[in-house]
Write a protein that binds this ligand. Structure first.
Ligand SMILES: [Zn+2]
Ligand SMILES: [Zn+2]
Ligand SMILES: [Zn+2]
Ligand SMILES: [Zn+2]
Ligand SMILES: [Zn+2]
Ligand SMILES: [Zn+2]
Ligand SMILES: [Zn+2]
Length: 1788
């Protein structure tokens, strides 16, 4: 079975191993116990072996076979299968290599020498050179390889090309379909029969003419002696292989076939385990662990091999040892089912079988070199053996197919494909042999439990789809009859009438039924192409086949009959699916048989006769036993018999009738039908009998609709559904309508209608007025039931007279039929291409004909970034809309009606939906129109119209009236058309208008139908029908005029007649227009009011409006509005850092809790308010995805490669901390209770602190406390210089050093160092926050710690504050990158939620030190500063090349507070310190950039003198060179250096601006609110930096010089620059998702050649591409499971743990699906960025349209990733679709 995603991934549901066809790759031997050493590679005797001498000896031998066998008998058991290879895969591989080498040297080389008569390499080369290969490509497809089929040129959909041929063919310009191979088939390039056009690609173009002869006899190209040697050696080898592969030792006396007995027999055996389709992987793995005492890992490996190759030895040793394992396995698996097949085999048998497979592969390879040798092999294979017929070696293989194990089958099937199927002559002979064996092969296949792909029967597709071959087999081998008979024979269970009876099937029979269906596939291949010419023999054989087919249909006719259940509900739903499966599978066959018949009139008439006869046999006894009754109505009477659908048996399955209906239509299309209808073979059955069964079936549907069959349960509902469904309707519902049409056309219309009335059980209602009255007084249910039945009956009549879009019924083309379907589908709503395809029936070639007509009726609208392309009906086709279109379901009908009426209202038209003009009927159906004007129908119409006149009447319905009006309309249109097309009045037999004018003989008493209509026109209760009645009256008036015109010679009245009418119409129109206009104005007014209200509402409830991710992209919502009103904007230069900065504390922050709706001010001492937030690890910015060890990871210094960051996001929703806590506790409680009830997951993991935002359901895992703004500093204070500040800080640090040391050392150092004034190391600052705020600070700190390091919470860990700073720095950094990438302004373009998040996050980080021990934070500061300013007390400081400067800036600013808090002097210099730190870090960053950015020099002439900036840059650079010397290249261009410098430092400056903006709540300068270049100066000013940054260095030259010296002389700087060379350059380029190819098939091809990295060259089942790094993974498979954190996970999850820090974006190549995974439990699928030409994705690659990359969609995915929005998307997807929650994502 194939592995599909279901609710439970990777759990086989009891139906066997996974099986994927794979190339056998030699057997590996391993066993649990190894009791002897592995044999040495090659013993000395082997080394002295000469292949040449051996070959010479063979040449001289008298009995070659004996010689060769003796050689094999000696060597094979000594080379292969020498015991268990060791447990490790390395040893196993070595053993395999040894076996390969030895068999090549000792076994195959002599064969090659013998065959070629010279050195093999030379010989083979020569062979190939002389070969004139046939133009067939014959490339055999691997699993998952892309295949291409041309929808325009392929003979049938099974004809495919390989990628190479396809790209070299003209078909790539055509409409093609692309699929992935299931493996096994081959490329049809070069097969002239497979393609209607262009059968050759560039490579396989047809060779010149003279080669033609050679191709007839390729053996002639070989040297004669070689051909002879080939013949003998091939015979011997093939026989050897066949003998061994079919060898069953258990039934033989000898150990081995004659001549192969080994010289000495050892007691060495294998315990061989075979594959079956019954046991699951888990069962096998468990059993093996028990039986052979192996590890779980080994057991998995055994099971995988058994599944792939079909068998595997699990133990090696003496007989008893192996037998013991066997009995354990049998005992363990035999309890519930058939035990696993195990066999104890002698090692030499296994060795010979092993070599037999190698020999077959060798043969397959050798014949690739020469078509001559291939022909020789074919001859050998098909040569009759001594036992006569069916005794060739190929026969033997085929007939033993089901007994062989999977690996052996695959190898010999491959050989058959390489040999017989590639040789046109022998392909035919083989096909004949295959057809002769067909019955036996199929019977074997029924017994076999392997899937069809590994059965020889699957070769049928290669043989039967070749049209000439199929016809030859049909004529010579009775193929069609054989297939059908075999099929029927295998379905044995019948009822008394000989009909199939599936409900009595046992499980085994049901299984067989599943397998036997492949025969229908074979039949389809045989019939798929219609013959263009018929021979008499073909006619005969086809008709014989038809006989057999009719036998099959007769077994289906009337199967699964139902009887209406009254009283009680049925107890058990009867089985119905099997019958419908059969019907569905046969649908195409039935259609194809009709197509065959349509090509030859003789065949058609004969087929018609046969079908008619079959039907009359089925009908035998139909009227018997049923009393004849006589019906009379409206002056007509008819005889019929008593039968009631509601009481008697009725069946939906009537394939014989329906085939006849199909043939009847075909007959109608023939010449004979129009000229000599009397010659048609009609009339053996009377029309009433023809219509009887289809009519019953249609009445059944009507009764089900009327609710009369409710007690029969769902099985009946399902059957009715499928009866109308697009998959079945062509050969069910449609044909029943046709049969009624055919019958009605041959009958008196009054009789037809009376029978219809009687079968609907409505006759009594219309036959007398009294009855009608009585019935109205009857109980309500019955009234309703009858109303529905009347509606249904009227609908049926509409269909019978109106459905003419079948070529043969009406005068239409097949394309008209398709067009009409499309028009009606698009009348419902605009649809995507795939929706339309699904709504249309496919033919055997999987074509709907859609593409041929779609553009003429619809216009295509391209999709946006989401959604799909849609087709919209062109307005000119609206007039073809028919409300009673027969393929509309009731829901479709009402939707379409609504849409059409709306459309008409919009266009200010009347809302009537009159019938469209009907096409003309074919002669055979011509008299159908008489139904419209027959007395019975008129009587029915009259009755309904009369009832409708009474507004209160319960006995009629609007739909009833609507249908009658429609019928009247159709009749009038019919008359109008006839009048238009004929010149003389008396030609016209149709005079409906006349009949409705005069009162008829019908029960009507109140005058004519016309009069009735006129009176109804203005009836107030019929307002909705007014337009329709008006239309009818107008049409009637029109007809009257026409009749008058034609009857008189006077032509003038035409104009007169139209005059007044025209004005009336105009007036009408004007009035309607005025009304529409008024309505529009009213609407607009209301809309304006609404939008005003909405605006208010949004303003008032701003916080309540969630911003989804979609909005987030588009939003440019002004953060400006949120920022402080710029009181300070009058200041010329606004700065965000330093003593002159502006703060925001003057503003009060009022927020509303989303849970209790209370307003609250944010205060440090107040009630804590929190923001829902989501923290995740991220590698989005990472330049290095290697794994970090969280245990020992010191996060204090972020490496510039940003290998792992922690990102925080928020939906922006604010709550009271207490409200949130209560909410979260409730969630936890609910989850606990829920888990007790059902052990499912939710989309969020409560145990890990996850919850959904109570307002927007956004995934969150923590909360950020909101903190107040900082105060604006006092501008009057002094600002110490950098030097002064450094000096002071150094003193403080020294004081801290000694203070920190004291407690441990206990040594008082007398006079401590000079402590700055007011600095008290032992001071404990007062915590500025209330306890609730403090608690929340701890909560968020712990969350970042826990999630960032994946550790358990530990408040004492010194890394806790660092992680809080880290997520602040990383989130700002990634925001800056995002804004840069998307060209958005630095400020003002972030959505509120992100703005709020950053602001809360930054202010929180600046305060979080207060929750940590002060000494910890102080020592962090000391270490951080030491990275820039030397501190003798700090050891092991990093080089500046190993530090990300922005992180350093953030950390040092944040940690400085802890040092500063000890300063009790009046001089509060915190802002000055920030500015100095910024300066220092900036200079360090400049140096860092200069050190890393100068490897490439572009020599440019300096034009003019260098600017001051450039000169300073050069100066600084030369200083660096002074320290580092030649490590840095010489750069002369100051301009270039400066450019590098500015580009490199810009991201840092931007991030710093964001940081200080949020930290200090400073309003951004106006210039930074817009995007655009030239913002450098503004940015520098905002940051309180000189715009010439070099001045920072210049002005503090003396102070900085020693620092720079120290930075450069750090030992690792030199080393990094010189040796490792892996340097992060600035600006760091943003990461992108990998580049994807434009054409999806390139990806498929790439994936098909991808092999599982773990199981040595095996194809991967689910190749999956990581979109982040481009790795291809072997997903969803046991082989590549890895242990991560103590749990086995699939390749994707394992990969994400390193590549994406737990988050992954993948493309599942076979499924064309994007996969998002997060952690182990979360994931979802996402539409892939590949679209077909119709703007649709193809998830699952089911449709096969060519797919191309849609860059916008890919960018959207990329944006999602960069925004860290993937986890949120997963959360929302899982909330929306609970089935996603149950998938085991970690196994992907
Ligand atoms: Zn090919
Ligand atoms: Zn080709
Ligand atoms: Zn083509
Ligand atoms: Zn609250
Ligand atoms: Zn929210
Ligand atoms: Zn794998
Ligand atoms: Zn990756």
């Amino acid at each position: 079975m194939e592995v599909y995603l279901s609710n439970q991934l990777l759990v086989t549901s009891g139906s066997g191993f996974f099986s994927v066809q794979q190339q056998h790759r030699g057997r590996k031997m391993a066993a649990a116990q190894s009791d002897r050493d592995p044999p040495s590679l090659l013993c000395s005797e082997f080394l002295h072996f000469s292949a040449k001498d051996t070959a010479l000896r063979w040449l001289a031998a008298a009995d070659l076979q004996q010689e060769v066998c003796r050689h094999l008998a000696v060597y094979v058991p000594r080379i292969l299968c020498l015991g268990p290879s060791g447990g490790s895969s390395w040893e196993e591989q070595r053993e395999e290599q040894r076996e390969d080498l030895a068999s090549q040297l000792l076994l195959l080389a002599p064969l090659e020498w013998f065959l070629l008569g010279e050195e093999p390499a030379t010989g083979l080369h020569l062979l190939q050179e002389n070969n004139q290969p046939s133009p067939l490509c014959g490339h055999v497809f691997k699993v998952g390889e892309p295949t291409y089929s041309c929808r325009e040129c392929a003979a049938d959909p099974t004809c495919v090309l390989c990628m190479k041929c396809f790209l070299g063919s003209t078909h790539k310009e055509h409409r093609y379909r692309m699929t992935t191979s299931a493996g096994g088939g081959f490329c049809d390039c070069g097969d002239a029969e497979a393609w209607k056009r262009a059968p050759y690609c560039q490579q396989h173009s047809l060779a010149p003419r003279e080669a033609e002869e050679v191709r007839q006899d390729p053996v002639s190209l070989l040297p004669a002696d070689m051909a002879a040697r080939g013949f003998s050696i091939f015979s011997i080898l093939l026989k050897y292989a066949v003998d061994l592969l079919t060898w069953n030792q258990e039934n033989q006396e000898n150990l081995l076939p004659a001549g192969l007995e080994p010289p000495s027999r050892q007691d060495t055996y294998y315990c061989m385990l075979f594959n079956d389709e019954v046991h699951t992987y888990e069962q096998v793995i468990y059993t093996l662990q028990k039986a052979v005492n192996c590890s779980q890992k080994e057991a998995v490996s055994f099971a995988t091999t058994v599944d792939r190759d079909g068998r595997k030895s699990v133990r090696y040793g003496d007989f008893q040892f192996c037998d013991q394992a066997k009995s354990v396995i049998v005992r363990n698996t035999g309890r519930q089912s058939k035990p696993l097949r195990v066999q104890v085999m002698h090692s030499s048998v296994v060795a010979h079988q092993c070599f037999a497979l190698r020999a077959l592969s060798w043969l397959g390879q050798i014949i690739q070199y020469s078509d001559g040798l291939r022909r020789v092999l074919c001859e050998v294979g098909l040569q009759k053996g001594p036992e006569g017929e069916y005794s060739s070696l190929v026969d033997k293989l085929m007939l033993n197919d089901s007994k062989m194990w999977k690996g052996a089958r695959n190898i010999y099937h491959q050989l058959l494909m390489n040999s017989l199927l590639m040789d046109l002559k022998y392909k035919k002979i083989f096909a004949i042999q295959f057809a002769k064996n067909y019955r036996r092969l199929q019977t074997d296949f029924m017994e076999d439990d392997h899937e069809r792909l590994v059965s020889v029967t699957s070769l049928s597709v290669q043989l039967f789809t070749v049209p000439t071959m199929a016809r030859m087999l049909m004529v010579e081998e009775d193929l069609m009859t054989t297939i059908i008979r075999t099929f029927v024979d295998h379905l044995r269970h019948r009822d008394l009438q000989g009909r199939f009876q599936f409900d009595r099937y046992t499980a085994q029979q049901a299984f067989k039924f599943g397998r036997v269906q492949s025969l229908i596939g074979d039949l389809k291949y045989v019939l798929i192409s219609r013959p263009s010419e018929w021979s008499d023999q073909l006619r005969m054989k086809f008709l014989e086949g038809l006989d057999a087919f009719l036998e099959l249909l007769k077994c289906m006719q009337g199967m699964d009959p139902v009887v209406r259940q009254v009283g009680q509900h049925i107890e058990m739903e009867p089985e119905w699916e099997a019958a419908f499966t059969l019907q569905m599978k046969l649908t195409h066959i039935i259609s194809m048989i009709q197509e065959w018949c349509s090509t030859d009139e003789r065949v058609l008439t004969e087929a018609y006769r046969k079908c008619l006869r079959a039907l009359s046999l089925c009908h035998g006894g139909l009227p018997d036993g049923e009393q004849p009754i006589s019906l009379s109505l409206a002056g007509h009477s008819v005889e019929t018999f008593r039968y009631q659908v509601s009481q008697d048996k009725v069946s939906i399955h009537l394939p014989v009738c329906r085939l006849l209906a199909g043939l009847h239509v075909l007959l109608s299309r023939t010449e004979v039908a129009s000229r000599f209808p009397e010659q048609l073979p009609l009339g053996e059955l009377s029309p009433p009998l023809l219509i009887e069964l289809p009519l019953r079936c249609l009445v059944l549907c009507a009764q089900v609709h009327a609710g009369m069959w409710r007690r029969n349960g769902f099985s009946l509902i399902n059957q009715i559904y499928y009866y109308h469904n697009v998959k079945c309707r062509v050969e069910m519902f449609d044909k029943d309508i046709i049969m009624l049409q055919a019958g009605a056309a041959m009958m008196d219309p009054n009789h037809f209608l009376m029978i219809v009335l009687s079968r609907f059980e409505l006759f009594h209602i219309f036959s007398s007025a009294d009855c009608r009255k009585r019935y109205r007084e009857a109980n309500k249910d019955v009234v309703q039931q009858n109303n529905t039945l009347i509606e249904e009956m009227l609908h049926l009549i509409i269909m019978v007279v109106g459905e003419r879009y079948v070529s043969g019924v009406g005068q239409v083309e097949p394309s008209d039929e398709v067009r009409r379907e499309i028009i009606h589908q698009l009348s419902i709503r605009p649809m995507a291409h795939s929706e339309l395809v699904k709504a249309l029936p496919e033919n055997g070639n999987k074509e709907t004909g859609l593409e041929r007509v779609i553009d003429s009726v619809a216009s295509f609208k391209k999709p946006g970034v989401t959604g799909r392309g849609l087709y919209e009906l062109r307005p000119e086709w609206n007039k073809h809309f028919n409300l009673y279109f027969h393929h509309f379901s009731r829901a479709d009908q009402s939707k379409a009606e609504e849409a059409q009426r709306k459309l008409r209202r919009q266009n200010a038209q009347t809302t009537d939906l009159p019938p469209p003009p009907p096409p003309r009927l074919c002669p055979l159906f011509g008299s159908l129109v008489n139904l419209l004007q027959c007395d019975v129908l008129l009587a029915v119409e009259d009755a309904v119209l009369q009832w409708a006149a009474e507004p209160t009447g319960a006995g009629w319905t609007e739909s009833m009236l609507q249908r009658v009006l429609h019928l009247v309309g159709v009749a009038l249109l019919e008359e109008e058309q006839q009048l238009e097309s004929s010149s003389r009045d008396d030609d016209i037999t149709f005079n409906y208008s006349c009949k409705i004018t005069c009162p008829g003989e019908a029960p009507s008493t109140s005058g004519s139908a016309l009069a009735l209509l006129e009176s109804l026109q203005n009836a107030p209760h019929l307002e909705v029908h007014k337009d329709m009645i008006t239309w009818i009256l107008k049409t009637f008036a029109n007809i009257k005029t026409m009749r008058e015109r034609t009857s008189s010679t006077f032509t003038a009245p035409v104009c007169q007649g139209q005059g007044p009418e025209e004005t009336v119409r105009d007036k009408d129109k004007a009035e309607r227009k005025r009304k529409a206009e008024m309505a529009r104005l009213r609407r607009e007014k209301i809309m304006a009011q609404m939008s005003e209200m909405q605006k208010h509402f949004i303003n008032e409830n701003k916080e309540l409006f969630q911003q989804s991710l979609e909005e987030l992209e588009a939003s440019t919502s002004a953060a400006v509005d949120n920022s402080p009103p710029s009181l300070e904007s009058t200041c010329a230069a606004q700065v965000c850092v330093g003593p002159r900065r502006v703060g925001g504390a003057e503003r009060r922050q009022l927020v509303t809790c989303i849970l209790c709706q209370e307003e609250q001010e944010v205060r440090g001492q107040g009630r804590a308010m929190v923001l829902a937030a989501f923290i995740q690890r991220s590698t989005v910015l990472s330049k290095n995805r290697r794994c970090n060890d969280p245990e020992r990871h010191d996060p204090l210094f972020m490496n510039p490669d940003l290998s792992l960051g922690i990102h925080t996001a928020s939906c922006g929703h604010i709550m009271h901390a207490t409200c949130w806590q209560r909410y979260f506790e409730a969630v936890q409680l609910k989850e606990q209770r829920r888990q007790q009830r059902l052990r499912g997951h939710t989309s969020y993991d409560v145990e890990n602190g996850e919850f959904l935002c109570p307002l927007c359901e956004c995934l969150s895992n923590t909360v950020i406390p909101l903190l107040p703004h900082t105060h604006t500093p006092d501008f009057r204070l002094d600002h110490p210089s950098l030097e002064a500040w450094l000096k002071m800080t150094n003193q403080q640090i020294t004081a801290l050093h000694s203070a920190h040391r004291k407690p441990s050392d206990g040594v008082a150092e007398g006079a401590g160092p000079a402590v700055p004034e007011g600095f008290r190391v032992d001071f404990t600052p007062q915590n500025p926050f209330s306890s609730s705020v403090r608690e929340m600070i701890t909560t968020f700190s712990m969350s970042t710690y826990k999630l960032g390091l994946k550790l358990n919470p530990n408040e004492q860990d010194h890394r806790v504050p660092v992680l809080s700073w880290s997520t602040c720095a990383y989130t700002i950094q990634s925001t800056e990158r995002l804004l840069m990438e998307e060209d958005r302004p630095l400020f003002g373009s972030l959505p509120c939620r992100q703005d709020d998040c950053l602001s809360a996050l930054t202010r929180f980080s600046s305060a979080c030190w207060s929750a940590a021990p002060p000494t910890t934070v102080q020592s962090h500061f000391i270490r951080l500063l030491a990275a820039l300013v030397p501190d003798s007390q700090v050891e092991n400081s990093l080089s500046i090349l190993d530090i990300d400067m922005f992180h350093l800036l953030v950390y040092s600013v944040m940690s400085y507070s802890s040092v500063h808090s000890l300063n009790q002097s009046q001089q509060r210099v915190v802002d000055s310190a920030h500015l100095h730190l910024l300066h220092l870090v900036t200079v360090a960053h400049l140096v860092q950039i200069l050190l890393t950015s100068t490897t490439v020099e572009v020599c440019m002439d300096q034009d003019g003198g260098a600017s001051e900036e450039e000169e300073l840059t050069c100066q600084l650079y030369n200083t660096l060179r002074k320290h580092l010397g030649s490590v840095l290249p010489e750069v002369t261009s100051g301009w270039q250096l400066l450019r590098c410098l500015k580009d490199g430092v810009l991201p840092f400056l931007r991030a710093a601006a964001l940081f200080f903006h949020y930290l200090n709540s400073t309003a951004p300068p106006v210039d930074l609110l817009v995007a655009g270049p030239g913002q450098w100066d503004v940015l520098c000013t905002f940051l309180n930096l000189p715009s010439n940054l070099l001045q920072l260095h210049q002005t503090q030259h003396t102070l900085l010089e020693p620092l720079i010296h120290r930075w450069c002389c750090h030992p690792s700087v030199r080393q990094t620059l010189q040796v490792s060379g892996v340097i992060i350059k600035f600006p760091r380029e943003s990461n992108q998702l990998i580049q994807l190819p434009e054409d999806y098939s390139v990806l498929i091809n790439q994936a098909s050649s991808f092999t599982c990295p773990r199981s040595g060259g095996d194809k991967s089942r689910a190749p999956t591409l990581c979109l982040v790094c481009g790795s291809m993974l072997c997903s969803q498979s046991y082989c590549c499971q890895t242990e991560v954190d103590g749990e086995d996970v699939g390749a994707c999850t394992a990969h994400t743990s390193t590549c994406g820090a737990g988050l992954g974006l993948f493309l599942r190549v076979r499924e064309s699906q994007v996969l998002f995974v997060a952690g182990k439990t979360k994931g979802c699928f996402y539409p892939p960025p590949y679209l077909d030409d119709y703007g649709e994705t193809d998830q699952g690659l089911k449709r096969g349209n060519p797919l191309h990359l849609c860059l916008e969609r890919y960018r959207k995915i990329e944006r999602l990733w960069r925004q860290h929005g993937v986890a949120e998307v997963i959360g929302h997807a899982q909330e929306a679709d609970q089935t996603l929650v149950a998938i085991d994502w970690q196994h992907l």
